[in-house]
Design a protein around this ligand. Structure first.
Ligand SMILES: [Zn+2]
Ligand SMILES: [Zn+2]
Length: 821
């Protein structure tokens, strides 16, 4: 054994040192040439580089890093890649804000450059956080979706899906963000409760002096009203069905139609159908073949169809129209109401529904396949699969994959100027930006024209990040990519099942007719200490660097691992991280004690030790612990694994065993050299086991202790490459555990009495009398007599097989004891 451990340790220094060394030694590199070991591939979600690696990311990455480390020790050739999902609205929105421009104010090239610069800055920050957290990423795999090598893959996947008939272009209603000026997918619409105003407006009946009262939150859409609807069984209004009404302000005349979707109890039970106020309007228009009046521009203003309100924003138009309605005596009343409205997930602007020509991927036809595949996937926890299934079944529209933005992978399409024929890039042309290059054909295959124009839209960023399972495996770049496909595990937050897990599923089903991942590990949300979702606006926000700077990664990872059941929401509480930190100190001090006691110990595989009852007791318990931790990790029950290992280390190993063997170690002249050797062997063996079981959760401190105490003899270059311990049957000893439990209960009983009497623990007991209640217990206690005497500082001990009066021993109602001091 080397030098004993230093008394103090600087966890931040230790962590930084190992981050460097691990990278230098290539500990976490995937070995492409190793064909002997089974592989385990993780489909690491490439994050949006927002610059901030928040506590939710800490939770997520800790989960799957624990799995990666565990699998590596189990002998798998682990593939743990890391990339960056660069494109997308969030970066564009930020660039627009920092440079105070809109996307059209500068050239696309310049705008793209700004986006790339911002991204690079953020990637550095996020990469540092992932490294600091101690994630065992293979950094040789690092990639960026904004690079042409990645464009190539996204574009190829598009071409393949097109050829298979899953892509189409068409003019359909789509979710539209008027601030971002682009179509967005259902998954990018968030729903918020906001206070709205219900306007009760009089619609005069044609050829009649009566009017119908209609309640609407969107009077600005009056010029786009194409019908008025009532429920077909609503007795109040049945007689009006088929008649016509004047649309106030707009001069139009529309029909009153029956529609089952009308809720008679909402407002007045009469609604106006506009193109489009919401998704329900889309359905009604389609069903009744109503005309469409597209009244909004792409930036959310009324166009010429809005008549005198042309050019006003929806907010301005609402004000003006309400004023005019009032003046005309057509506004009966207004009422406030709480309403749920769809907003752009990237910028929070209320979403409109516009009809625009877009590219779509057929996803709804895949719903049955998605459900089937979701049932084949192993989910941790199992009930999460319903989130994916329910989402797939809830979708009304196909996935709109084109975006009217700049910072995205270009859609590899041109059009014939003369006949409009769609020219899709050939596989050999990609990566390509059709805005910069012409199609590599002489003339239009349909009409022979030689003039083309390019598609200017880009792909939804999910088109990039939804093929990662294949990309990570090496699709298009390696012959043997099938080795790592489907991914063994896809980790995901509960909030992005509807996007990440879903899009991965549909894309890979189309491309390869196969599910992309075999299992899915879900983490919940991080809550603030007040139990609400952690958020800057709620003032319950804690920044990751603050936590890592104060307590380091190993303590923070313990918070993530122990915080709650897999998939459940986990509150961030400083005391939980502090507990993790105190555990590290306990572990360090215990290791230091052990290293001090092992100065003259030479590990020898073949040596026979005369193990004492408590040695056998803890060795057996360590085996049981190994089984419990292994079983828990196999089921991704990370918190259970963590609880088991911390309890054992702290309470069984440190509080009980270390105390009980001190006397034997300190006084070999009294107990004999053999018994000291047995204690040394036990300490050496059990501590190593503890370090190995802890290694996936607290990788830094275990690596440090391993190198200071075990590396020379064990000779693995890292504890993280040492084989995971398996149950050693020869040490499982039920009898020893039963006996040891009783002996430890006696020791604990005496110590507890001293504590209650406020005596120092090393106070000498003149005489301890134990009434064991029967012969069997008496003989067990006699076996452990030496440990009891040594640990409790007892001058004289008497163990009687009969019952007697005195303090009881917890868990053993028949056994009592008395003490004399
Ligand atoms: Zn937006
Ligand atoms: Zn043509």
């Amino acid at each position: 054994m080397k030098q004993p451990l230093p008394k103090r340790f600087n966890i931040l220094e230790i962590e930084g040192k190992w981050h460097k060394k691990w990278e230098e030694m290539g500990v976490y590199r995937f070995d492409w040439n190793n064909k002997a070991c089974p592989t385990y591939s993780i489909d690491t979600p490439p994050p949006y580089p927002s610059g901030e690696f928040h506590m939710g990311n800490v939770l997520n990455w800790t989960y799957f890093d624990i799995v990666a480390r565990y699998k590596r020790m189990r002998g798998y050739n682990v593939f743990f890649p890391q990339g960056w999902d660069c494109h997308g609205l969030s970066i564009e929105v930020e660039v627009e804000r920092t440079h105070n421009v809109k996307k059209r104010d500068v050239s696309p090239d310049k705008f793209r450059k700004w986006c790339e610069q911002t991204i690079e800055k953020y990637i550095v920050m996020m990469k540092n956080s992932i490294i600091r957290l101690g994630c065992s990423v293979d950094w040789s795999t690092e990639y960026r979706t904004m690079n042409p090598e990645y464009w190539k893959l996204t574009q190829l996947s598009f071409i393949m899906s097109y050829k298979k008939g899953f892509i189409y272009q068409g003019t359909y209603p789509v979710n539209w963000c008027p601030r971002c000026e682009t179509a967005i997918a259902d998954a990018e619409v968030d729903y918020e409760q906001r206070e709205g105003t219900l306007h009760y407006i009089r619609f005069p009946l044609e050829n009649n002096r009566e009017h119908l009262l209609i309640a609407t939150t969107r009077p600005e859409l009056l010029p786009a009203c194409v019908a008025v609807a009532v429920h077909p069984t609503d007795d109040r209004y049945r007689k009006y069905i088929g008649k016509k009404v004047h649309v106030p302000i707009a001069d139009g005349i529309v029909e009153i139609i029956p529609d089952e979707m009308v809720e008679p109890s909402f407002g007045t039970g009469v609604v106006m159908i506009c193109t489009y106020g919401d998704k329900a309007d889309v359905k009604t228009v389609l069903k009744n073949k109503l005309p469409v009046i597209m009244i909004l521009t792409e930036n959310g203003k009324l166009n010429e169809k809005g008549g005198k309100y042309n050019g006003l924003s929806t907010v301005e138009a609402k004000k003006a129209i309400v004023k005019d309605l009032e003046a005309a005596g057509l506004l009966e009343k207004i009422k406030s109401l709480q309403q749920e409205i769809g907003v752009c997930a990237r910028c929070g602007t209320p979403v409109e529904i516009l009809e625009r020509k877009q590219w779509f991927m057929k996803t709804r036809v895949l719903t049955d396949k998605v459900v089937e595949a979701a049932n084949e996937v192993k989910w941790y926890p199992n009930y999460m699969k319903n989130r994916l299934i329910d989402w797939a079944r809830s979708l009304d529209w196909d996935w709109v994959i084109s975006r009217q933005r700049v910072f995205g992978t270009p859609i590899p399409i041109w059009y014939c100027k003369k006949c409009g024929e769609i020219i899709i890039a050939k596989k050999s042309w990609v990566p390509v930006d059709p805005k910069m290059e012409k199609p590599k054909i002489e003339k239009c295959p349909k009409c022979g024209s030689t003039k083309f124009f390019s598609e200017t839209d880009v792909f939804d960023t999910w088109m990039d990040s939804s093929i990662t399972c294949a990309v990570h495996a090496g699709w298009q770049n390696r012959e043997d990519w099938r080795r790592l496909f489907p991914a063994d595990m896809h980790p995901s937050g509960i909030d992005i099942i509807r996007t990440w897990a879903y899009y991965l599923m549909v894309r890979h089903l189309v491309l390869f007719n196969e599910k992309p991942y075999k299992s899915c590990l879900i983490n919940g949300m991080v809550l603030g200490a007040d139990g609400r979702k952690m958020s800057k606006s709620l003032k319950n926000y804690v920044a990751t660097p603050e936590v890592l700077d104060k307590y380091g990664a190993d303590a923070s990872r313990q918070w993530a691992a122990a915080g709650g059941a897999t998939g459940s929401d986990i509150p961030f509480r400083w005391p939980d991280v502090e507990y993790g930190w105190r555990f590290l100190i306990k572990l360090w001090n215990a290791s230091r004690f052990v290293s001090n006691q092992l100065k003259d110990y030479k590990p020898n595989e073949n040596a026979e030790y005369i193990l004492q009852p408590l040695d056998k007791w803890i060795l057996s318990k360590a085996e049981k612990l190994t089984k419990k931790v292994t079983d828990a990790l196999e089921r991704c029950q990370i918190n259970i694994a963590m609880e088991e290992i911390r309890n054992f280390t702290w309470h069984v190993f440190c509080d009980c065993y270390l105390e009980a063997v001190k006397d034997r170690l300190y006084k070999p002249e009294l107990y004999g050299e053999e018994k000291k050797k047995a204690a040394q062997y036990t300490l050496y063996t059990v501590l190593y086991r503890v370090l190995q079981l802890l290694a996936p959760v607290t990788p830094h401190v275990t690596e440090e202790l391993y190198h200071l105490m075990y590396a020379e003899e064990k000779s693995y270059i890292s504890i993280h490459l040492s084989p995971w311990p398996t149950l050693d049957e020869k040490h499982v000893d039920e009898r020893a555990e039963k006996h040891g439990d009783l002996i430890m209960a006696v020791v604990t009983g005496v110590r507890r009495e001293k504590a209650e009497k406020r005596m120092p623990l090393n106070t000498q007991v003149k005489k301890l009398t134990i009434y064991a209640g029967n012969k069997e217990s008496a003989s067990i206690i006699n076996e452990g007599k030496e440990d009891i005497i040594g640990t409790c500082k007892i001058a004289e001990i008497e163990v009687l097989p009969k019952k007697g009066e005195g303090r009881d021993i917890q868990g053993y109602s028949n056994i009592r004891f008395t003490t004399e001091y």
